[in-house]
Design a protein around this ligand. Structure first.
Ligand SMILES: Cc1ncc(COP(=O)(O)O)c(C=O)c1O
Length: 412
């Protein structure tokens, strides 16, 4: 059995980006929650598509187009099995945002009526808030939020209160991109069903980081993005339970999503093509499939335990550091691979700039989750996020960078 250090060394050799320097220092990439880096296997898969089989899918009758179609559908089969669903239950989208909007637009407009309740949480990314705000305003429905505790967990009383309102849908993130909190979406999906609701899971921060099986979770929808899981940008997915998808009206319309069109009207293509209007991101799907192969090669169990170890090492150091405020659960077991923090008296953007001078790339800002910022009464946080290519030793560099911030600003 290779030690984590050796596994990470081997993994890093596949990522060309790590040969670059950041401000003259070795690149320490701690912004994978925003977007991950890509291994050469993914880059090659995309290049190979263009070099060898570039053509449109589902329409050409020539050999090369059939090969492109086969590769695209093979990608669907591979990515769907990665999240535990059937190929026809996986709609390729641009990203998690588009997948979430698809559900709100298509399922939501067909099923939400005046006076209905939509239940989400206070820890959602804007992409799982705004579509519901717009839908509820349009339909005169009630948008309710499950509150979070000061520890960054879902408030169990608020969960019960929300479900008690008889929502039609519960839309919830599996892992918070700010607080790191991992929500028990299996339990929530069960409770949602008992309350008569369907359950949509935002898997943008969970699918890349832990083994996921939608049938085990028992959710009705799951949204995710390829670029956060070693895949290309501009490709993502929506799992939808087949009968639900089948019953829903189209989202975007045009080519490929129809069966027949005449001047009077049109009929819709089968699921999932009904939801894939226009020329799809074929090379993106093929690249995402290569990313899935890469993650399967490492093992999602290893990915989760590696990140858990990094968090278990970094979190106590950051919690103990004078003048540093850490947000989210203090128990590493309740967290994914992100830690948001502030250095007291210093704006998060200044923290990020000093980190950058040390070769460490982190995100600062509201992380597209302003309701969380409001809950904690802050405008922004700095955020580090770990992935498969991060070494434990990088945490020492991170802690030294925090000390440098305190020195430069004479705080803490
Ligand atoms: C929890 C969560 N949901 C949704 C998204 C949206 O992802 P994308 O921008 O890839 O659509 C993000 C992105 O950071 C996220 O962290």
């Amino acid at each position: 059995m290779l030690s984590d250090q050796l596994v990470v060394e081997r993994i890093r050799r596949d990522f060309p980006i790590f040969s670059r320097l950041e401000n003259g220092k070795p690149l320490i990439y701690l912004d994978s929650a925003a977007t991950s880096q890509r291994p050469i296997q993914v880059i090659n898969a995309v290049v190979e598509f263009y070099e060898k089989i570039n053509s449109n899918v589902h329409r050409g009758l020539y050999t090369m187009s059939e090969e492109a179609t086969e590769a695209y559908e093979a990608a669907r089969a591979n990515v769907s099995s990665f999240v535990g669903c059937k190929p026809e239950e996986l709609v390729f989208t641009r990203n998690a945002t588009e997948a979430l909007n698809l559900v709100a637009f298509s399922w939501g407009r067909a099923n939400i009526k005046q006076g209905d309740t939509i239940l989400i949480t206070q820890m959602e990314h804007h992409s799982n808030i705004i579509p519901w705000q717009i839908l509820s305003a349009e339909k005169k429905a009630h948008l309710e939020y499950i509150r979070i505790t000061d520890d960054g967990l879902l408030d169990p009383v608020s969960v019960e209160e929300g479900l008690g309102k008889g929502p039609k849908i519960v839309a919830i993130t599996q892992a918070s991109n700010v607080l790191g909190t991992i929500n028990d979406v299996k339990a929530i999906a069960k409770k949602a069903h008992e309350a008569g609701a369907i359950c949509l899971v935002d898997g943008a921060q969970s699918v890349p980081h832990m083994p996921i099986n939608v049938k085990e979770i028992g959710c009705d929808f799951l949204a995710f993005s390829g670029h956060k899981m070693l895949g290309p940008m501009g490709i993502g997915g929506l799992y939808g339970e087949f009968d639900l998808l089948d019953s829903m009206p189209p989202f975007l319309t045009g080519g490929e999503m129809i069966k027949e069109v005449n001047l009077e009207g049109a009929s819709w293509n089968d699921v999932p093509y009904k939801f894939e209007a226009g020329t799809p991101n074929v090379e993106g799907a093929i690249g995402l499939s290569a990313a899935v192969n890469y993650l399967k090669g490492i093992g999602m169990g290893w990915v989760r335990s590696h990140e858990r170890e990094l968090i278990a090492r970094a979190l106590p150091l950051m919690l103990d550091e004078n003048g540093v405020k850490v947000y989210g659960p203090t128990n590493p077991e309740q967290r994914g691979g992100v830690i948001s923090f502030n250095v007291e008296g210093v704006h998060a953007h200044d923290v990020a700039e000093i980190f950058d001078s040390e070769g460490i790339t982190i995100r600062s800002g509201h992380h597209c989750a302003m309701p969380i910022m409001n809950k904690f009464g802050i405008p922004a946080t700095a955020r580090v996020s770990f992935y498969v290519y991060n070494y434990g030793d990088e945490i020492n560099v991170l802690m030294n960078a925090i000390k440098k911030v305190k020195r430069v600003f004479s705080v803490g």
